[in-house]
Ligand binder design. Structure first.
Ligand code: RIB
Ligand code: CA
Length: 311
């Protein structure tokens, strides 16, 4: 039996974050040490409530730690237009019966990485504020982190400005801290996640499971599709965040390439852009492994098989 890989999911639920929680908690290859929440798609109080709700639907006792409610430097943005007022509009949402731990998310990350040196993988799928705070408060943990696998950024266009992806734009200074830290980092940007569209036939994979969790996922994806139809004309939502956990489970479904990536902090029209040196024109050393290819059918098959394990 392979020893499960310890991970911390850092999230801003959010429809796709919630699916990522369910995928991770249904995967025995992983040991989810905790869920940490951050502002992002909606405010911290709601992203945290949504993490508690998703944990309850998964019937898990994984601890939840609330983190940063705003970016390091600039003002807060949010994405109710995409995720609805609750941040999880679409399915019926139960009232969470258990709350968060008292410890701040950044403190939990620091304590846990120190307790498990070189073992813990951080899986942020929102703004990188909690990770940046942990790295600034305790720089000693940076060489102790096994890897950071982040959904954010893009090697081409943005989705919140023409140049910037939402998670990067929501706290570009935090992204600058993490990308400049030297931590082993994998970036899963829009250039990859826009290959993983939850078309109606893929939504049906979950609906036809005939289980409460299958229905929850199908309802999330059906609502998530509405924004994508309006914005992009697509018949499904780009299932961004679960690509992180799927990459840990089945790296063979993906291609990643080393690239130098830096964050535009200029305040201009490209502010918050993850400037990826795709063709190595700068000659600068890579700062991240960047995902470029996704086997979408293989990804959705994996996701369906794991969601099917919930009864
Ligand atoms: O740009 C997509 C990302 O921003 C996803 O992680 C989504 O949940 C939002 O956080
Ligand atoms: Ca997210």
């Amino acid at each position: 039996m392979i020893t499960p890989r310890p991970v911390i999911l850092d999230l801003d639920p959010g429809h796709d974050d919630a699916v990522n929680i369910l995928l991770a908690l249904a995967s025995p290859e992983l040991r989810v040490l905790g869920l940490t929440t951050v502002f992002g798609n909606v405010g911290l109080e709601r992203t945290t409530r949504n993490a508690l709700i998703t944990r309850q639907i998964a019937r898990s006792d994984v601890p939840v730690y609330a983190g940063a409610d705003r970016p390091l430097v600039q003002g807060r943005i949010s994405a109710e237009a995409v995720h609805g007022e609750s941040g999880l509009d679409g399915p019926h949402l139960p009232i969470p019966t258990r709350g968060t731990e008292d410890e701040h998310a950044a403190a939990f990350i620091i304590r846990t990485v120190r307790a498990h040196p070189s073992e813990v993988t951080l899986v942020p799928t929102g703004p990188l504020t909690n990770v940046a705070l942990a790295f600034r408060l305790a720089p000693d943990i940076i060489p102790m982190v096994r890897e950071v696998v982040w959904m954010g950024g893009s090697t081409d266009t943005g989705n919140w400005t023409p140049a910037a992806e939402f998670n990067a734009l929501a706290d570009p200074h935090a992204a600058h801290v993490v990308f400049g830290s030297g931590v082993p980092l994998t970036m899963i940007g829009l250039n990859a996640s826009h290959q993983a569209i939850a078309h109606p036939a893929r939504v049906e994979l979950f609906r036809e499971l005939g289980t409460p969790t299958g229905a929850f996922v199908a309802d999330l994806l059906a609502f998530f599709a509405e924004h994508h139809l309006e914005r992009y004309g697509w018949d499904g939502g780009a299932l961004h965040d679960p690509l992180t956990v799927a990459y840990l489970l089945r790296p063979d479904l993906f291609r990643v390439q080393p690239m130098h990536v830096q964050i535009d902090l200029s305040g201009g029209p490209s502010h918050g852009r993850t400037v990826a040196d795709v063709w190595h024109v700068t000659g600068q050393a890579p700062t991240a492994q960047v995902m470029t290819r996704v086997d979408a059918d293989g990804f959705f098959e994996l996701l369906r098989d794991r969601i099917a394990t919930y009864r």
